[in-house]
Write a protein that binds this ligand. Structure first.
Ligand SMILES: Cc1cc2nc3c(=O)[nH]c(=O)nc-3n(C[C@H](O)[C@H](O)[C@H](O)COP(=O)(O)OP(=O)(O)OC[C@H]3O[C@@H](n4cnc5c(N)ncnc54)[C@H](O)[C@@H]3O)c2cc1C
Length: 313
């Protein structure tokens, strides 16, 4: 990225976290409608029904999905319970509509920031309902200040729920150690991502060759340990390196998949699918799209031009 792009990216991340800008947007129907046009590229809809239709579309094109009701850092018990109810309804809908999909969620969306026992109880309910319907649930990775609690919750729940998996962020220096524990104490799929959250200095590796190598090592450790994994990246060079690992270890197709976010480098996922690799489309839905959209644009500031096109055309 050029300096200008890096500055634009940082500005967008700050805009995403600006609560007064968000309130202004939500209370201004004209502005809301305009920005929603740009957000639609990245979201599967504003409600469950729309998300199910989007998932059906990708399923018909041969792509399983991962569905997430967007949001995080809920600050009240009532809200956490309402969100939990939404996830239960989502699981029912996946089953009823015969969608090939897993579910992803942030533990802070179902109460982790309020009380860890509340999040654990809510998550058990979701995991149990999903297990009965043979649906996997993957816990997302959040800011590093929550990593201990998220891994602890996963380790606690995993023995009873083989349908529950976890997302690991390759950029955290602590991840190789966490992975050792996870391999010993848990079952379920591990999704490997680079990591999206700003961290305090000394906690994470920046984008570049070193991070790419750590990412590859993390995936290789999972493959040699016969652990199901999702290679969740839009980085073509990493995907190519993973393909070589899959050959080297003769990994069965049931043990891995490439997973990418809706609206980003769709060409890459389609190519991987055509080459015969198992692939999955990650679809978020809901009203909390402002932060999500800003983050997707910030990751690649050229997306701002795409947003202008989406708004105008
Ligand atoms: C399925 C899935 C689940 C995720 N879950 C989490 C999670 O739980 N916690 C978390 O912290 N992060 C999560 N992420 C986000 C992840 O951490 C990265 O921030 C994000 O994937 C961008 O990193 P990258 O691996 O694609 O590589 P990068 O190094 O960021 O980008 C590599 C290349 O990919 C392309 N690219 C990347 N992003 C974009 C974009 N927005 N628009 C266009 N091109 C792009 C560009 O060509 C870029 O050069 C998830 C990502 C995926 C795919």
């Amino acid at each position: 990225m050029t300096d200008l792009q890096i500055n634009a990216s940082e500005a967008l991340k700050l805009a995403a976290l600006n609560e007064s800008a968000k309130d202004f947007l939500l209370n201004n129907p004209q502005l809301f409608a305009v920005l929603l046009k740009a957000a639609k590229r990245y979201i599967g809809g504003e409600n469950l029904q729309e998300a199910i239709q989007t998932a059906k579309k990708f399923n018909s094109a041969g792509l399983p999905t991962s569905l997430e009701f967007m949001g995080e850092s809920i600050s009240s018990t009532n809200e956490a319970n309402e969100v939990t109810q939404e996830f239960l309804t989502l699981i029912e809908a996946i089953k009823k509509e015969n969608i090939t999909s897993i579910v992803s969620l942030d533990l802070s969306h179902i109460g982790l920031a309020v009380d860890k026992e509340l999040a654990l109880d809510n998550f058990k309910l979701i995991a149990q309902t999903a297990k009965q319907s043979e649906i996997d649930v993957i816990i997302s990775a959040e800011g590093v200040e929550r990593t201990d609690e998220i891994i602890h919750t996963f380790c606690k729940i995993s023995p009873d729920f083989p349908n529950v998996g976890l997302t690991l962020q390759a950029y955290l220096y602590r991840t190789p150690k966490d992975l050792e524990r996870i391999l010993k104490e848990t079952q379920g799929k591990i999704r490997v991502v680079k990591g999206a959250f700003a961290t305090p200095i000394g906690h994470s590796i920046g984008r570049g060759d070193q991070l790419d190598d750590v990412y590859i090592n993390t995936v290789e450790t999972l493959l040699v340990n016969n652990r199901k994994c999702s290679i969740a990246t839009h980085h073509d060079k990493i995907q190519d390196r993973v393909k070589r690992l899959l050959d080297k270890h003769q990994t069965p197709k049931t043990n891995y998949e490439f997973e990418m976010l809706l609206g980003i480098r769709e060409d890459l996922l389609n190519d991987l699918k055509k080459e015969g690799y198992p692939c999955r489309k990650y679809i978020v839905y809901g009203k909390e799209w402002y932060l999500y959209m800003c983050n997707r644009i910030a990751e690649n500031p050229d997306n701002i031009f795409q947003a202008i096109i989406d708004i105008v055309m």
